[in-house]
Ligand binder design. Structure first.
Ligand SMILES: NC(=O)C1=CN([C@@H]2O[C@H](COP(=O)(O)OP(=O)(O)OC[C@H]3O[C@@H](n4cnc5c(N)ncnc54)[C@H](O)[C@@H]3O)[C@@H](O)[C@H]2O)C=CC1
Ligand SMILES: N[C@@H](CC=O)C(=O)O
Ligand code: NA
Length: 828
């Protein structure tokens, strides 16, 4: 069976590319191959220019012809050698001499007929086909070249348009094959002849049309059109960076899309293969690994998914709507015919039409540059109807664009238009007019031109992005925020590949600068970008940037600060539909009424609020507690070491080491709060106790928790964390004394927090434990949390492990992001 390939001018642009084309052809294992080629890139223009020069009596056509000759001679010398080169060059010489003679005749006459011109121009294809066939023969494969003017017969069918004569062409082709039975045939694209054997061309449809006609004549298995793009995109990639290459398209879909200027074939080129159900594949010769887009009758990826019904989106700008309105139109046959005959007389092209069934108005879109003439002509034609009020107005609305959704399977699938209009509504886009024919392949909406790209992105993302695409905004790229960004950078591709979770950080804000992106910041250089390309930080603008983004369906703000004022906004963000994730303890340990309001909103909405890292960093503390409560267990008592910093300090405050040294180490290791006094004062532990108490149903305020502070009174009023750290050594002796007293009693110091659910109390204190107590066995920044519950009564449920530090905390926040993705529908 035949396989047909077509290579355009870009693919044949240089000798190296012609060699690659030969390699591609040789790599196709089909039984027989027919390869259609265009002229080398720019050659067709050069040839038209020769004719133009000659007929305008410009004798530089001679030099221009010489350039054409040189170009092909140089390419052939690069590509071929020996006898092949010699015979190609001799043919080239003889062709150029006859061209010289013909151009000279054109020069003298000052005129070229269309067939003269077609004869000259067609040489580009004759030469490229011969060069390629020699290049293929070089490898030993049997290959002939075909001058398609000998077989392809066409007749003019309109201005700049021809129709193939299939019967005659097939007869001639069979005769040609009987003379030349080679396995590989390289044929000239674009050129053909009339029934009277006069050279002509396929006009604007060019070599793609040749490939489709010949594909149909030989009943090819497949026609592959090689170009320089990976295939057909779901939307113009210059406008929608998320656009994807479509793996399959139906003939009708390709048709619809080509109308909108998508990089697909001209509709006429599809007709010849369509009648025989021959698939056309569009592939990139510069990226052989890309599978391309297959255009065929029955697209394969029919997975029944509603979202997959729309194949692509396209837009047309610079349109105007004309609205003809009036009570006198309803039920009067001939009104629309009168309107459109006026439009036809003006020569304007109607791009869409819409009329509601009440028939009181009819509106249609025309190119903006044609609307003045259309409007003037309508006013003249309907002067009387307007004067007596049968028509109330002929209105022009300039500055419009069309957005069209194309997809064969939209037909008879309920809900597709609902999704489209919902996406537009969410992006706050006003639709001015709508049209959908009953074939249902295309839904067209007219909107304001300035809204068009936004509308395109909103609609495209709704249908093409995975449901679990999450736009992420990071607030506070400090130790935890920065580590999280790096973890996201390292894991994003894996998540996308394995779980279909697409995480895009579209904003990062610190306290002085912020970095915004509509589609996703390059995380490999976020630090550098934040330094170089950032703008002054403004939290309100940052949040607006998130909520105004209509590319991504789901958004999450991750608060990695320790700031109370940032935490005070969670309620508003959740109200806006933005999910919130945080390791910041301020919201959950702040005023009880605000906490309860936040949690009530969270419960009532489908917007999520996750905060696992607020207690025990990445350790599963909140989730464990939730699991117990939600399955009906009853919390009696929670006791533990909740501070990574204080755990580290007392685990390492041994021997000759001073207390202040160990505190400095904990700070250096990233365990402390931004201000280490929050740890030493016990406030951080008290906040965690409050968070767990409230999670367990207790209604306590932070001030209800008695706390033993380890901050010496004299240092409580230090103006900065640095001053505090500098003055801390003066208290080392007091600490050494407390430690030796405990040691003398065979005990260690441990700073613990307690939730007493039975008595509705909480407590934070420095206790002494015997050396064999589990709390005395910890190391590093370990936290240990023991849950005593109705089910875990004899032996508590214990969670233990590092409870502070950049990697484990950021990991805990990351886990919450994935928990969010999973509640949005990500696979498990
Ligand atoms: N370090 C740890 O092991 C753990 C930390 N956490 C929590 O993580 C959060 C972050 O801690 P770190 O990263 O260690 O602190 P950090 O001080 O290194 O980072 C905080 C960042 O937030 C920025 N920031 C402060 N206010 C801001 C505002 N209003 N807007 C924008 N940015 C602002 C700061 O400039 C800084 O870059 C804290 O809430 C802390 O309690 C939770 C569990 C463990
Ligand atoms: N500073 C905190 C960090 C975790 O919440 C701690 O030391 O535990
Ligand atoms: Na945790």
């Amino acid at each position: 069976m035949w396989s047909v390939h077509k290579f355009g001018g870009t693919c044949m642009g240089t000798p190296q590319r012609i060699q690659s084309v030969a390699d591609i052809v040789l790599g196709d294992s089909s039984e027989r191959k027919l390869v259609i080629v265009s002229a080398m890139s720019k050659v067709t223009d050069m040839m038209y220019n020769l004719v133009h020069k000659a007929q305008s009596r410009d004798d530089s056509y001679m030099i221009a012809l010489e350039e054409v000759f040189e170009k092909h001679m140089a390419a052939a010398k690069d590509l071929l050698d020996g006898e092949d080169l010699a015979s190609f060059l001799s043919q080239l010489h003889s062709d150029v001499s006859s061209l010289r003679a013909m151009l000279s005749a054109i020069y003298i006459a000052g005129h070229a007929t269309e067939s003269f011109s077609d004869f000259v121009v067609g040489h580009g294809e004759l030469w490229s086909a011969q060069m390629l066939s020699y290049a293929i023969k070089k490898s030993g494969a049997p290959c002939s070249w075909m001058d398609t003017r000998e077989v392809l017969v066409v007749k003019p069918s309109g201005p700049n348009q021809v129709d193939p004569d299939y019967l005659e062409s097939e007869n001639r082709l069979q005769k040609w094959f009987s003379r030349q039975p080679a396995e590989i045939i390289v044929a000239t694209g674009f050129i053909a002849s009339t029934a009277e054997n006069i050279p002509t061309t396929l006009k604007r449809d060019g070599s793609d049309f040749s490939a489709a006609i010949i594909g149909s004549l030989v009943r090819a298995r497949q026609v592959t059109i090689w170009t320089d793009v990976d295939g057909v995109f779901s939307a113009d990639p210059r406008k929608v960076s998320e656009a994807v290459i479509l793996s399959t398209l139906s003939y009708q879909e390709a048709w619809e899309m080509s109308y909108f200027g998508a990089n697909v074939l001209h509709p006429r080129t599809i007709i010849p293969v369509m009648k025989d159900n021959i698939p056309i594949v569009i592939r990139n010769m510069f990226n052989i690994s890309a599978p391309g887009t297959m255009i065929c009758r029955q697209p394969a990826n029919d997975n029944g998914d509603l979202d997959a019904c729309v194949k692509s989106f396209a837009t047309i700008d610079n349109l105007a709507l004309v609205n003809v309105e009036g009570t006198g139109m309803a039920g009067v046959p001939g009104t629309s015919s009168a309107i459109f005959s006026v439009v036809k007389d003006v020569g304007a092209n109607v791009i869409m039409i819409s009329q509601a069934s009440s028939e009181h108005s009819i509106c249609f879109a025309v190119p903006e540059k044609e609307v003045a003439a259309v409007s003037a002509a309508l006013h003249v034609r309907f002067r009387e109807a307007l004067a007596v009020g049968r028509l109330s107005k002929v209105e022009v609305i300039n500055g419009c664009s069309i957005l069209a959704a194309v997809g064969l399977r939209m037909a008879s699938t309920p809900g597709v238009s609902a999704i489209l209009f919902d996406a537009l509504a969410k992006a706050n886009i006003n639709v001015r007019a709508i049209a959908q024919g009953c074939s249902e392949y295309n839904i067209t909406v007219v909107l304001k031109q300035e809204d068009c790209v936004r509308a395109l992105r909103a609609a495209h993302s709704r249908f093409f992005l995975s449901k679990t695409t999450l736009a992420v905004g990071i607030i506070g790229p400090g130790l935890i925020g920065g580590t999280l960004l790096n973890q996201l950078k390292d894991q994003a591709a894996v998540l996308k590949e394995n779980m279909n979770i697409d995480l895009r950080v579209i904003g990062i804000t610190g306290s002085s600068t912020m970095l915004l992106s509509d589609t996703g910041i390059d995380l490999t250089q976020w630090k550098e970008l934040l330094r170089k390309e950032a703008e002054p930080a403004d939290l309100a603008n940052f949040v607006r940037h998130m909520s105004d983004n209509h590319v991504f369906p789901n958004k999450v703000l991750v608060d990695c600060t320790a700031d109370t004022s940032v935490a005070s906004h969670y309620y508003d963000w959740l109200k806006k539909g933005i999910h919130v994730i945080t390791p910041n303890k301020k919201a959950n340990s702040g005023p009880l009424d605000q906490y309860l309001k936040l949690r009530t909103l969270q419960r009532a909405s489908y917007t999520h609020y996750f905060y696992e890292a607020t207690v025990g960093a990445g350790l599963p503390i909140i989730s464990t507690l939730r699991g117990l409560l939600e399955t009906g267990d009853k919390i009696l008592h929670i006791e533990g070491i909740f501070s990574g910093t204080l755990s580290y300090i007392f685990n390492n405050f041994e021997g000759t080491r001073t207390f202040s040294d160990v505190v400095a180490e904990a700070k250096e290791a990233g365990y402390t709060e931004p201000d280490p006094r929050d740890d030493l004062s016990g406030t951080d532990v008290a906040r965690k106790v409050i968070i767990l108490a409230r999670e367990s149903g207790l209604t306590l305020e932070l001030s209800d928790i008695p706390v033993k502070s380890l901050v010496p009174e004299a240092l409580a009023s230090c103006s900065s964390a640095d001053e505090f750290m500098q003055k801390l050594p003066s208290f080392d002796e007091d600490w050494a004394k407390q430690r030796s007293e405990a040691e003398a009693a065979g005990e260690v110091l441990r700073y613990v927090g307690v939730v007493d659910a039975v008595n509705q109390k909480g407590q934070v204190e420095l206790r002494r434990y015997k050396r064999d107590h589990p709390f005395a066995q910890l190391s590093g920044s370990d936290n240990i949390i023991a849950f005593t519950t109705s089910r875990y009564k004899e032996q508590p449920l214990i969670v233990r492990g590092p409870g502070a530090g950049a990697e484990v905390t950021a990991g805990g926040v990351f886990c919450d992001i994935l928990r969010l993705a999973s509640s949005l529908g990500a696979p498990s």
